[in-house]
Write a protein that binds this ligand. Sequence first.
Ligand SMILES: [Fe+2]
Length: 361
Amino acid sequence: MTSAPDTLPAVLARGPIDGLAFELDDGPTIEFGRGALATSAALRDLPAPVGIVASRGRLAAARAAGLEPADAVVFDDIRPHATATLCAAADERLAAARAVIAVGGGSAIGIAKAVAAARGCELAVLATTYSGSEMTSLYGVTEDGVKTVTTDRFAMPKVVIYDPSLTDSLPRRAGDASLMNCLGHLFECGWNAGPADATRVLAEVGVRQVAAGLSARVDGAEETAKDHLMLAGMCGGMTLASGTIGVHHAICHAVGGLTGSSHGEINAVVLPPVMGALRQVIGEAQEELAVPLHDLLDGDCAAHETVARLRDRWGLPARLREVGLAAADVGRVVDQVDGQAVEGGLGLERERLASLLEEIW
Ligand SMILES: [Fe+2]
């Protein structure tokens, strides 16, 4: 990492954020701030022709914020989980592109990553949610109800633009679900890291940004709120890149592969109970990470209860059946999660895992 450690605290002290740019070793050039898309030199340096992966709505928002060129070929069939069929269709549509620009959250980014990895071409991301996917070389492809997550160096973007104006048209529920995914990254990578690890520090910074964003939202300062929340999403992505996920995300990916439901909404269901189940092992880390959220909610409860309160306040689902999981498929989730090696990330004993999933079905 080159200048990020010097830059982030200065930015965090400032409140509203604009004009931040820095580079990470072996990572993307990052440009952050309202208007960053219109002024980005890195985006214009991509080799032509570029192809774009974006839903029509996200593309319109990006075009309004300055995305060029107007005649780029676009793949716009974006669905919650990238399937092998969808990725092949995107690859065919963007066959002439020498660089791919993804506009969106994890779904659009996942398809663009698969295309970039298959073709060895450059990738840029305009983030429009808090998925953090833009900060990693990880991507998942679903086939026959099983989501396989892989890593490829071409799936790591060269350029990431965080222009919070792109979240202005993000529906509130989709944004809140994406925040639950962001909290999933911050908490899970945070508790899997040691107290002095950079990943833990990033996770703490990220949770503070979530709290600052929600606080600004309550005050009606929508733009400031979105600046903070986008920074939280970036921190979540950085924790994914530098840290380790574990049983929480293993469950989310298994459920996502079987249902095709939104990864954010699945996080809303799974994160509080998994936090509760791991409380005896890493409760202290959870409590440290949750301090800004406790302060925000004036809550005198455990970290997992605070996250559940946020989830309920946002009207997000609390049961696996609400995100489309069939009762008969609970055992398939147990098999998939139990069969996975969770390197460096906390897991759950099979029996505990099974009873937890039954409880939250
Ligand atoms: Fe996630």
